[in-house]
Write a protein that binds this ligand. Structure first.
Ligand SMILES: *Cc1c(COP(=O)(O)O)cnc(C)c1O
Length: 230
């Protein structure tokens, strides 16, 4: 497990350096450890190394891990959420980063109201307008966020995106920059129930560029746990 420890130190070191390069405080960069296809034992080891936010793609897969990981951590849902799983998801996750349609937002709001809670969410933007990815079209982002103001049991905390895959991370810089612009525009509108606190962008292959362009939340899987064996 020396490697896990080393991997985490390495990610932190690179994230800190990227934050400093862009004149930001490294303490404000949150690392989400992405645990899809990773065993509970390995997740616990990462938590023991000080990681406190865990990201899961699927409600079903998260269930067993929730019980196995004994420490005080926050679980974020980062994968597409089906409406029939909303009820379960909001009782499990402290944040849903992958809100990608108005009907899903409405369902989360409705279920949250039933249990008299407010749910933290991020809105997923399909920043590369890729057919294979979920998310709101960047051109519709402002309208979409304005539409969420009425959903009083949602607490909108920011934006999330998965950039198109490129061999050279420099090629994704314009996508990250564009999302940052949208983030700032929405922030300036001061929409009710909408707080642009988190800009969740950047994964193992491109997180340094994402931080340079304004990310304050990065989602790292292989960079921490190694290549997924599936
Ligand atoms: C898998 C995944 C990640 C992490 O990807 P890595 O390249 O392994 O770091 C981040 N975000 C989402 C939404 C993912 O599905």
């Amino acid at each position: 497990m020396v490697r896990l420890k080393q991997n985490i130190l390495d990610i932190k070191r690179r994230a800190n350096a990227a934050a400093k390069r862009s004149g930001r405080n490294p303490d404000n960069i949150h690392i989400v450890a992405v645990t899809k296809n990773i065993s509970s034992e390995k997740i616990q080891k990462a938590v023991d190394e000080g990681l406190v936010i865990l990201g899961e793609n699927r409600v079903q897969e998260a269930l067993t891990k929730f019980e196995a990981v004994k420490s005080d951590v926050q679980w974020h849902l980062i994968g597409h959420l089906q409406k029939n799983k909303v009820k379960r998801a909001i009782s499990m996750f402290s944040m849903i980063q992958s809100v990608d349609s108005m009907s899903l937002a409405e369902e989360i709001n409705k279920r949250a109201k039933q249990i008299e809670q407010t749910i933290d969410i991020l809105v997923q933007i399909n920043i590369g307008r890729e057919k294979t990815k979920y998310g709101i079209d960047p051109d519709e982002a402002v309208n979409f966020l304005e539409g969420l103001a009425m959903l009083s049991n949602l607490n909108v905390k920011g934006l999330m995106a998965i950039a198109p895959f490129k061999q050279n991370p420099e090629e994704v810089r314009p996508y990250f920059r564009h999302l940052r612009e949208i983030f700032e525009i929405i922030k300036q509108k001061s929409i009710k129930n909408v707080h642009m606190d988190y800009l969740s962008m950047g994964m193992s292959g491109d997180f340094e560029v994402a931080i340079e362009e304004g990310a304050n939340m990065i989602r790292i899987g292989t960079g921490i746990f190694g290549a997924r064996t599936n």
